[in-house]
Design a protein around this ligand. Structure first.
Ligand code: ADP
Ligand code: MG
Length: 447
């Protein structure tokens, strides 16, 4: 029988054409092929809710796609990520021949490895320390605490440690959990009256060599779980076992956190991931396109990278859409396809952006006075920020040029059009303007 990942890749390329693009991105792509057993392919959905949706909407389609793949299993089932580790654990009891029992309890996304992680200035520290941890767990950077905004690769780096160690030290016992899972399992364990289960919870989290807990900001306001984490922490630390945590903010910025836990986090090796610069974004897109075996011109990748600045996950989403449209229209990726793919992305982003915010960010960048930028002055110090702000408003927001003119002290719509076109042309020729526009965009999107 064919390799499970190969089967799934082929199914994906069939489904990509059959399923409406949004449905594909939201429901199908996040599925993970878990295993094949007794001729049944188990797909794992990220949550119980996603599982229910996938079954309700796509089960027949999934099955049909599977039948089109040569050498694929005969049947298919969908389970949720919450069920997945449990299932594997149950199996272990039934089938002791499973070799790396400890490792198999730990569900990791195989795509999240070091080789596929693009390193730039924004994430070098996190990458280097994670690599050192994978080479020498429990020795150099213990614990390792990775923080940064959503979609910047924290989970990827963390799981890369696990994936790497799974190969280099297959007998190492490791566990990767989200904070939610940890909380839920802990609560379930204390519910049992005789405390037996509580012991098994402790055994599970303390008899391991590597513990990875994701999104620890969710520990906030959970005092009893924090207490448990603290004791887990102490037990593992004194046994010289490696811990890795990820969070969307620094330890000192997590509210309502037990001071002991905070100080343990804060005294970890704390590293951050920052939004990637343009070169890193292009390199990430190149890597993803290469992996998908799509040949996309540099100019188009550059165009996408210029427009999606602050979240790698969203940039991947746009690239997926681009590849989908190229397949749908049966033509090479061109500017029109990129623009179409970016349209959906912008609508999402722009829901929360206001004209004022765009002008404020632009003024801040140029250190210009807002009243002057909106007013009549014509000196260069205010004209450039004015035109850049107009360009950005036009790009970000779906409002008529006349309305933008109104906002800028009653200017004609032709004046607005001129400003927009001028900046648009300068972006192509003047690196200073290009950098300014990108930086201001990043400021706006980070708000
Ligand atoms: P976070 O946990 O910080 O929210 P993830 O680790 O889930 O972010 O990353 C979001 C997506 O972006 C993932 O698909 C991941 O593979 C991808 N990604 C993030 N950083 C990089 C990078 N430096 N190189 C390649 N892919 C990346
Ligand atoms: Mg994450």
């Amino acid at each position: 029988m064919k390799d499970i990942d190969a089967v799934w890749q082929e199914m994906l390329s069939i489904l990509e054409v059959e399923v409406h693009s949004l449905g594909f991105d939201v429901w199908i792509r996040p599925l993970r092929p878990l295993k094949v057993e007794d001729g049944i392919l188990a797909l794992c959905a990220p949550s119980d809710g996603a599982k229910a949706e996938v079954i309700a909407r796509y089960l027949p389609l999934l099955k049909r796609a599977m039948r089109e793949v040569e050498g694929a299993p005969a049947e298919l089932t969908v389970i949720s990520e919450e069920e997945a580790p449990k299932k594997v654990a149950e199996e272990k009891a039934e089938a002791p021949r499973v070799t790396h029992a400890a490792a198999s309890q730990c569900v990791l996304n195989p795509q999240y490895n070091f080789a596929d992680f693009v390193v730039g200035k924004c994430n070098r520290m996190a990458y280097e320390t994670a690599l050192a941890v994978a080479e020498n767990p429990g020795i150099l950077y213990n614990p390792l605490f990775i923080y940064g905004d959503v979609g910047l690769g924290k989970t990827h780096i963390m799981q890369a440690i696990g994936n790497d160690l799974r190969l280099s030290k297959p007998n190492l016992k490791m566990l990767y959990v989200s904070t939610d899972t940890f909380i839920n399992e802990f609560i379930a364990s204390i519910r049992t009256a005789n405390g037996v289960n509580n012991q098994s919870f402790r055994d599970k989290y303390r008899n391991i060599d590597l513990l990875m807990i994701d999104d620890v900001q969710f520990l906030s306001k959970k005092p009893s779980t924090q207490e448990e984490i603290f004791h887990t922490f102490e037990a593992l630390k004194s046994a010289g076992k490696q811990m890795v945590f990820a969070s969307d903010r620094r330890p000192q910025d997590i509210p309502d956190l037990d001071s002991r836990v905070r100080s343990r986090f804060a005294s970890s090796m704390v590293v951050d991931v920052q939004p990637p610069d343009l070169e890193t974004r292009i390199a990430i897109l190149q890597k993803k396109a290469q992996k998908a075996k799509k040949n996309i011109d540099f100019d188009e990748l550059n165009f996408i990278a210029e427009h999606v600045t602050s979240n790698i996950r969203e940039m991947e989403g746009v690239l997926t859409k681009v590849m989908f449209l190229s397949k749908l229209y049966e033509r090479k990726v061109d500017r029109a396809i990129c623009q179409e793919a970016l349209k959906d992305y912008r609508v999402q982003e722009c829901d929360e952006i206001t004209v004022d915010e765009i002008v404020d960010c632009t003024c801040k960048y140029y250190n210009a006075n807002k009243a002057d930028v909106l007013g009549k002055k014509k000196n260069k110090e205010v004209v450039t920020p004015r035109q850049v702000a107009i360009y950005l408003i036009n790009e970000f927001m779906n409002i008529p040029l006349a309305a933008i003119g109104e906002y800028f002290g009653g200017r004609e719509h032709t004046t607005i059009m001129h400003a927009r076109d001028k900046i648009s042309a300068q972006i192509a020729t003047d690196p200073k303007i290009k950098t300014a526009v990108n930086d201001i965009k990043a400021m706006i999107l980070r708000k």
